[in-house]
Design a protein around this ligand. Structure first.
Ligand code: UDP
Length: 321
């Protein structure tokens, strides 16, 4: 059984990917410092409570038993926070990743799947977005991901590392069996905030209805977290079969507006969603939709659970667990 080291396995996407890896027959060891993740999201025997900056401890985890590949999720993800506290983001996301790569080099583990983001494109000039657009991040969070994509290119050239960078669009939904789900503190994502509005009756603020889109609200590519998790299995399989380094968008190619998400929730949950329209949020492009034909063609991946109603239904089940 091939062993995969998952950093950030106690987090939202990492915990879903861990379940998919186990379902696919891989052995998994999780490294997480639990600064943002949840202890309950990982089986105790798999968890190594280690900080990414602690290179010697990472090496020890990789020497417990042979590791075939690393999937590196562990990172901070809040755009607003990254602008207020850039040092936190450069230290955790950039220095932490470099510490991990140093440990991998020392332990002779040379395959890595890296969590990247649509934020590497900034305000894209072409939609659906192809991977060939240049890097143009407009926030610190996106910049940290660009930096590590480039570092991975150099580790490829100089150290025989092979990497797959997966650029996520809007991860959403929850494990259909409600074994794990989305639980950020503080929560900044649209769907869980709309659920909170239903539960508390306090209206959610929606950021802008004056965009150049059909209904005036922003359009995003919502990808079910289980589909996203399965893209990581495909990426690991690719690397373990000897595939070359790749960068892939992970999205559905379909966009939904904020208003359409509100309407879908009202329909699926069967309750009104209290909300008010406020001003635009700084740094929000009107339209972000992935061209993921490269991922579909090269890894044979396709979304299964990403219909909007399915996303809402699974997220709601988890929210009310
Ligand atoms: N959004 C909103 N109100 C909120 C949070 C998000 O209107 O309280 C909008 C946001 O402007 C964007 C969409 O919902 O158009 C998705 O935002 P989210 O923060 O979930 O993900 P992002 O697109 O930033 O990765």
């Amino acid at each position: 059984m091939k062993r995969i080291l998952v950093t950030g396995g106690a987090g939202y996407i990492g915990s879903h990917a861990t379940l998919e890896l186990l379902d696919a027959g891989y052995d998994v060891v999780v490294v997480d410092n639990l600064s943002r993740g949840h202890r309950r999201a990982v089986e105790p025997a798999r968890l190594r409570e280690v900080d990414l900056l602690d290179t010697p401890s990472l090496i020890r985890v990789m020497q417990e038993a042979p590791v075939a590949a690393v999937i590196h999720f562990a990172a901070y993800i809040a755009v607003g926070e990254s602008m207020k506290n850039p040092a936190l983001y450069f230290r955790n996301n950039v220095a932490g990743s470099i510490s991990l790569l140093a440990a991998m080099q020392e332990a002779d583990v040379r395959n890595i799947v890296f969590s990247s983001t649509a934020a590497v494109y900034g305000m894209p000039s072409v939609v659906p977005i192809p991977e060939t657009l240049p890097y143009a991040p407009i926030n610190v969070y996106g910049e940290t991901k660009v930096m590590i994509e480039k570092v991975l290119d150099w580790f490829g050239q100089t150290q025989n590392f092979r990497s797959v960078c997966l650029r996520y669009f809007n991860a959403s939904g929850a494990d259909p069996a409600a074994r794990t789900g989305e639980d950020h503190e503080p929560e900044t994502h649209l769907i869980p905030l709309l659920f909170q509005a239903i539960r508390t009756g306090v209206p959610a603020t929606l950021f802008g209805n004056d965009y150049p889109t059909p209904d005036g609200s922003c359009i995003r590519d919502y990808i079910h977290v289980s589909d996203l998790a399965r893209a990581h299995i495909g990426a690991v399989d690719w690397l373990l079969k000897g595939g070359e380094s790749r960068k892939f968008n992970v999205g559905t190619g379909a966009g939904y507006s904020v208003k359409e998400v509100v309407d879908a929730i009202a329909r699926v949950v069967g309750q009104p969603v209290p909300h008010v329209w406020g001003p635009r949020r700084e740094g929000d492009p009107a339209l972000l939709v992935a061209d993921s034909s490269k991922l579909q063609g090269e890894l044979g991946w396709s979304p299964r659970d990403s219909a909007l109603d399915r996303i809402v239904e699974t997220a709601w089940r988890w929210y009310n667990r």
